[in-house]
Design a protein around this ligand. Sequence first.
Ligand SMILES: [Zn+2]
Length: 151
Amino acid sequence: MEDMDGKGKVPIDRGAWSPSSRRSLGHYDEHATEYEGIRCRCYGCGLSFVCSAEEQRDVYEVQKRHVSWLPKLCPLCSAKLADLRARDGVMQARWNREKESASQDAAFVREWQEVIGAMSTLGVDKSMAIHLKRLNPGAVTEPNGAAPDLP
Ligand SMILES: [Zn+2]
């Protein structure tokens, strides 16, 4: 990954922003001509990290996200969340395919609860957790302070 110190600057091309972004300024005033690294706090681990100029250009100009958007998770927690999402996807697929046997499989339910619990500590709200808790009460302690999964 380049520019981890966030000191590099990248020119701003406002024409490449989404229409709603073009109506606002995001993190920059109208005189700003370059992105700069922005320091953020990770929602997952609480550590400070930098959203680099290069990443901002990609997010705002290529992915067309709104210019007020900033990452909620540091790179490490983002990778962790991607892994959890993949495992959750596999388990959700099994659930959809064979709900009856899956709901009887205590090990499966427990593992899925753990995955969902870990996801919720990274800010992903999974209503499935409530349902699983009914099937297998007490397997996992309630995750605290789950925040909505913002785009
Ligand atoms: Zn983190």
